[in-house]
Design a protein around this ligand. Structure first.
Ligand SMILES: NC(=O)c1ccc[n+]([C@@H]2O[C@H](COP(=O)([O-])OP(=O)(O)OC[C@H]3O[C@@H](n4cnc5c(N)ncnc54)[C@H](OP(=O)(O)O)[C@@H]3O)[C@@H](O)[C@H]2O)c1
Length: 226
């Protein structure tokens, strides 16, 4: 029996990549040599965000700005960085184009104004909502929910680990490699049902930021040698 061959990821597309978290991830992966497409509802806004990253990294970096739909069609792997209020609509619009691809969902289901309280959607988590909308043809992995954008456009070490859950074990290994290539420590955190913990932790971290007057509290997995 032939073994499934996992895709080689070269082109990463970031849907809603013009925002704070998306631009930070674009910067980190472009710096690592990936070809990055930043997506937006407005092509001009995407081009401006790409120009900002190229300004930081120099013209040899591979970063372009396109409409979300074009990004979804032309990338090997997609990353979703939109507010939760736009999560379901954005996925429904891109559903057909995302067939057969991997999606890293970064969305946190925050419900303003009470963002320090965990409030999960009926599907259980944003990641499970994405998997329900996209169906079994798309492997959804949640990751980066606990990394503040403040760390990402900065080259320094990040004092927060990244938990990745959802998809198959092989797909999570691909995502953990992308996390490492972004200069962060990543962990296989199991199936998509565990997304409730990863997404929920963000509200706890925002609450700690407020209570202790810090910009970006994080989490670390301890007790594992590797
Ligand atoms: N900021 C952080 O530190 C952080 C950390 C971890 C996780 N997250 C999560 O990552 C996601 C993005 O966070 P962010 O801070 O980058 O958000 P953001 O800057 O507020 O928004 C990101 C992008 O989403 C798009 N967008 C906004 N409203 C939309 C709508 N109604 N329909 C379609 N697209 C829309 C916009 O792109 P266009 O206008 O160009 O289309 C915007 O630039 C959120 O779910 C957040 O909870 C954020």
């Amino acid at each position: 029996m032939s073994e499934a061959v996992e895709p080689v990821i070269r082109k990463i597309g970031i849907i809603g990549g013009t925002g704070k978290e998306g631009k930070g991830l674009a910067y980190r992966w472009a710096k690592a040599g990936y070809s990055i497409s930043i997506g937006s509802r407005q092509t001009e806004k995407a081009r401006a965000a790409a120009a900002e990253i190229l300004n930081l990294l120099g013209p040899a970096a591979q970063v372009q700005g396109l409409a979300n739909q074009e990004v979804a069609a032309s990338s090997d792997l997609l990353v979703l960085t939109v507010p939760f209020s736009a999560h379901a609509d954005t996925l429904n619009q891109l559903k057909e184009t995302l067939r057969g691809k991997i999606l890293i969902d970064v969305t946190v289901p925050l419900v303003p104004p009470r963002v320090t309280r965990v409030q999960m959607p009926p599907a259980g988590s944003a990641g499970q909502e994405a998997q329900q909308i996209l169906g079994p043809d798309v492997q959804v992995v949640v990751a980066f929910q606990n990394i503040s954008y403040e760390h990402l456009l900065d080259d320094g070490p990040v004092d927060c680990d990244v938990l990745a859950c959802g998809g198959s074990k092989a797909v999570r290994a691909i995502v953990v490699k992308l996390i490492q290539d972004a200069g962060l420590t990543g962990w296989d955190a199991g199936p998509i049902e565990n997304a409730v913990v990863v997404e929920g932790l963000t509200s706890i971290l925002i609450g700690i930021n407020k209570q202790y007057g810090v910009p970006s509290a994080g989490i670390k997995i301890t007790g594992v040698l590797r």
